[in-house]
Structures are given as C-alpha cells and as structure tokens.
Design a protein around this ligand. Structure first.
Ligand code: GDP
Length: 458
C-alpha cells in the first residue's frame, strides 16, 4: 500500500514481461488493441531499446563455415570432445544441432550443423542466430568458391568473422599463400599484415591452435558486447525441428533472452504447446535453460517451422490465441510480394533516399565476374548504388536464393543455369532470377532498371 517510484514499478513489470507505460495525459485514449503477435515482438523490441542497462552478457553463439572438406566437422567434433561443458555426462552424446562448451571458465555455444545455408535461411526468416562466424580455410587448398560464398553470407549478415587457417599440420600446407588469397579474393587483410582480419592457424585434427581460436572467439565476443535480457519469459530461436518416431514433434532452440522452464507455455510461429521436457546437448533432462543455451524441447502440438522464434507466454489460452493469429498472418503474408524485381526497383524505392539495388552475381568464370563487376560499377551514380551482395562462379543454387531472400536481392546469372530445385525455391521465396548470355544485355537491362524504364516481364 505504498506509492512506487517509476524505476521500481518498471523493474517489477519487467520481471513479469510487461512494459510499463507512463500515462500522464488524462485525455489519452485507450490504446488500440493490437494483434497479439505484434505485441510479443514489440515487447522485446522495447526491452531492447529501453532496457539496455539491465542487459547481461551471454555466451556467444558461433557458426563454422567454409568450403567442403576444409574441416568444419573435424573442428566441431574436436571442440566438443575436448571442451564439453559437462564431462560427467560422457557416453552417448546425441547431437541436437548445437552444443555448449566451456573455455577458460566462459561458455561458448556452437551450432553444429555447419554451413552457411542454414545460417542464411534463419536470417531470411528474420532470426539472427549467430554472433560470430568462424570461416575455416584449409591451408593446403586455399580460398575456394564456397569460402567466398560463406564469407559473403557472413559479411552480409554483419557478423564478425574469425578466419581459421586449418590443416597446418599437412606438409603441403601453405599459410602464406592462403593469406595472400584472403587478400586477393576476399579483400581480408590479416592483422599481422597490417589489416584487421583475425586469422588463426590451426589443425582441427591434432588440436593445435584450437585454444588460440577459442580465445579469439571470447575476445571478439567481449568486444561485440553480446547481451541478453536474463529474466522473465523466454524468447528463443528454433534451429532444428523434426518429427521423432518415438518422441513426436521436437525442436532444438537456442534461448536468446529470459529463462525457458519445464512446464512453460509457448508459441512458435503458428504452433504452440507446453514444455514437457527439456534435453540439453549432453542428452540430459534439465529443468530450465537460460540465454545462449541450446536445448531440445518436447511438447509441440505439431512440428514448428525451422528458424521461427519461440516465445514463452503465461497461459495456454494466450498461446492458443496468439498461434491462431499467427497462422492467419502467415497465410496472408505468403500471398504478399516482398522482394525486389528489376522491373519495379525504382517504384519500390522511396523518394529522397539513396536507392540501393542489391544483386547476386553468378557467372562461369572469374574473368567474367571481373568484367561484369567492372561494367556494373560504372552504372552507379550519386543517387543510385548497386551492392553486389555476392559474386561467385558456378550454377545458381538454393543458397543464392536464401541469401537473396535475406538481403532482398535480385539474382543475375551470366552463362550459368539454375536447377529445378533452385527455381522452385526462388518461386516460393519470390526471388527474381535473370539469366543472360551477352554482357551487353545484362548491363543494358540493369541500366534500364535503374532508370525505372525496364518493361515488366511477359
Ligand atoms: P567438412 O566438409 O568441412 O566438414 O570437412 P571435414 O571435417 O569432414 O574434413 C575433411 C577431411 O579433412 C577429413 O578427412 C578430415 O580428417 C581432414 N581434416 C580436417 N582437418 C584436418 C587437419 O587439421 N589436418 C589434417 N591433416 N586433416 C584434416
């Protein structure tokens, strides 16, 4: 029975996941009832913008990317084996899609389905799962096409990158040459060459240098100030989901904020449920999971869509209601066009802002890429910029489509094809793929698009 000052009232509200609004205008009309799903989102966005000082550090979430056979799996296995958080567990460690390790008393979470496709797919769905990317490059093979692709995916997401130069135990490993390629092909200048790219020589097989790598992860993580809101209802990203023969629908999440507890009600996209069991990456049943902890959840009513965001809520009714609204929204959203096309690029851009056209460029050879980049750079002017999100050689792939979806880009292929799976995905994601055989045609269409003069297709 006492007046509370605003600070304390806010603190209490936050503990229950409510945002305090201070209403000092008597004439203020009651706020419109918003759709519940938006309220959840806004709740967190508000916490982010207003409560930064209440945030705590959380463990960094790391994804390992790189060209096939450069050692992603070997590195992840090595770290898991040597640095497990809970050595007691031993025995059967089942993969739930991510695990947590402890190095120098600090936790690090690794997503152990390596690769940039899943990473970018999450981003395309609006979920940034990763805080730090380890880009692995084998020193006996150097910078390869998927190294470039992975790098561009990470760069576009704005995630800090640590380069692990792997396989240095091999007699034909050439660290110097690999560094030269980092400079030439990725414009990444190693720190010891006067640049700011962090490179760490390692052998994922023997474990040499892996400690240095983990130290770098922690250092970068400190500089990044990776924060969370540590209390209240959890918010988590679904990184894997499936229908298990015995367990029913299961999903692995990485908790972003708050504490996910056994018995919590939750909403994830258009599905909902109640946490019946939480299983950690050592296969142990746990009662609760805090920020950056990967955990498998049982208790969904159906398999949730991968990469959606899970929110814990207070009651089952709330969960049900929000999920049915989300379902409706998802359906109406899937009918909306959302990505840029060359033909309507100019219309989509707002007045008086710098217009940026994002493109992904694929061609048959490096020579062609260089020639195209050169011609494209001449089309830019003070009002219009063309951002080449990724340029690579080889066919147009599903991973290009995901990147285009995440970065709102058009895909331009020069003398390369896309297979039917890629075309299907592009259709679903509403990504425009344009193919050309003559440089002049590609440049001419781009030029017209930038003038808003390209006629619609068909
Ligand atoms: P991924 O495709 O990137 O996951 O690559 P893998 O981890 O499967 O590694 C591909 C091959 O390279 C395997 O035969 C590994 O044993 C080998 N390999 C990975 N790291 C090293 C290393 O540091 N040194 C040596 N000599 N071989 C390695």
């Amino acid at each position: 029975n006492q007046d509370l000052n605003i600070e304390i009232a806010e603190e209490i509200a936050m503990n229950f996941n409510y945002i305090l609004t201070i209403n000092d205008d008597e004439q203020t009309k009651p706020t419109e009832t918003k759709q519940e799903k938006d309220i959840l989102k806004e709740r967190w966005e508000k916490i982010y913008s207003e409560k930064k000082d209440k945030f705590k550090d959380r463990a960094p979430v790391v994804t390992v990317m790189g060209h096939v056979d450069h050692g992603k799996t070997t590195l992840l296995d090595h770290i898991r084996k040597t640095q497990v958080a809970d050595k007691e567990a031993g025995g059967i460690t089942q993969s739930i899609g991510a695990y947590q390790t402890v190095y120098n008393g600090k936790k690090i979470t690794f997503i152990d389905t390596p690769g940039h496709e899943a990473f970018t797919e999450m981003r395309a769905r609006g979920a940034q799962s990763t805080d730090i990317v380890i880009l692995i490059v084998a020193a006996d093979d150097g910078v390869m096409p998927q190294t470039i692709e992975a790098y561009n995916h990470a760069k576009d997401a704005g995630v800090p990158i640590i380069v692990a130069i792997n396989k240095v135990d091999k007699p034909n490993a050439n660290v110097e040459l690999t560094k030269q390629q980092l400079v030439a092909k990725l414009n990444l200048i190693p720190e010891d060459w006067g640049g700011d790219a962090i490179t760490v020589p390692i052998s994922a097989k023997s474990g040499m240098g892996v400690d240095d790598l983990l130290e770098m992860v922690l250092l970068v993580s400190e500089m990044q100030e990776i924060k969370c809101y540590p209390k209240g209802n959890a918010r988590a990203i679904i990184i894997e989901s499936k229908l298990d023969k015995f367990l029913g629908p299961v999903a692995t999440v990485i908790v972003k904020d708050g504490i996910l507890k056994n018995g919590d009600f939750f909403v994830a996209g258009s599905t909902f449920g109640k946490v019946r069991r939480l299983i950690d990456s050592n296969g142990k049943t746990i009662k609760q999971a805090g920020p950056s902890t990967p955990v498998q959840i049982l208790g969904f009513d159906e398999v949730p869509s991968m990469h959606s965001i899970l929110y814990a809520v207070n009651t089952l009714d709330e969960a049900r209601e929000i999920s049915s609204i989300a379902k409706e929204k998802e359906e109406s959203k899937s009918k909306q066009k959302k990505h840029v096309k060359l033909e309507d690029f100019m219309n989509m851009m707002k007045e008086n802002q710098k217009k940026i056209l994002n493109i992904i460029l694929k061609a048959g050879t490096y020579g062609e890429i260089e020639a195209l980049k050169n011609s494209i750079s001449k089309l830019k002017n003070s009002d219009i910029d063309i951002e080449i999100v990724h340029a690579g050689i080889g066919a147009i792939t599903t991973s290009d489509v995901m990147l285009a979806s995440a970065s709102n880009a058009v895909i331009l292929g020069f003398r390369v094809k896309a297979d039917s799976k890629t075309l299907k995905m592009a259709d679903k994601e509403e990504i425009q793929i344009k193919r050309y055989d003559i440089i002049f045609n590609l440049i001419d269409e781009l030029k017209k698009a930038l003038q808003g003069m390209l006629e619609p297709e068909e």
